[in-house]
Write a protein that binds this ligand. Structure first.
Ligand code: SF4
Length: 173
């Protein structure tokens, strides 16, 4: 897997306000939305090459209820299903942030492995909401998914002398 970054204990990257998420930024994205704010994660080699077990180990160093997968495009990681199975076996809930449309994501057969999904390409002219207003976030509620409302999700995380600005709608560049 190509891992560009891991961040622990983020509230703004969680789908629900009262539970944090540990965040994995994968590198590699062929969707290439115009005006993408994460262009530095388009190139797969930008990230460290790690085995599935290595990524799982790193993620489990966090203690958050959620694991948020972003990028880059998480669905382009060939070993994603194996990773999702291992993470969910450890009782972590998974949010995938994908630039694919809902139908495109469904066709990959990945929905059964996620607890929440943010989907849709980033469209700068519709900036707002989870990034842009065409994007949606859904969360598992039993056998079905319910849509989540937009909320203010920006934060600063300070650790080891590093300040990280993160959250949906934030310009990282
Ligand atoms: S899917 Fe995400 S990383 Fe890829 S181009 Fe779109 S916004 Fe950027």
């Amino acid at each position: 897997m190509n891992v560009a970054r891991i961040l622990y204990g983020s509230s703004s990257n969680s789908p629900v306000p009262d539970q944090d998420a540990d965040v994995v930024w994968f590198s590699g994205c062929t969707i290439k939305c115009p005006e993408c704010i994460n262009r530095r994660f388009w190139e797969p080699r930008r990230g460290a090459k790690m085995s599935v077990d290595q990524v799982v180990q790193k993620v489990l160093m966090g203690r958050s209820a959620w694991v948020s997968l972003t990028g880059g495009e998480p669905s382009e990681q060939p070993e994603l299903v194996e990773f999702l199975k291992l993470i969910r076996a450890k009782k972590r809930k998974v949010l995938i942030n994908t630039g694919l449309e809902y139908e495109e994501f469904i066709s990959l057969g990945l929905l059964e492995y996620v607890d929440a999904l943010k989907y849709g390409p980033y469209m700068a002219e519709l900036r707002g909401g989870f990034g842009s207003l065409n994007q949606r976030m859904i969360i598992r509620a039993g056998d079905v998914f319910a849509e989540l409302p937009y909320r203010d999700m920006k934060e600063l995380i300070i650790s080891n002398s590093t300040i990280t600005e993160t959250g949906y709608g934030t310009n990282f560049q």
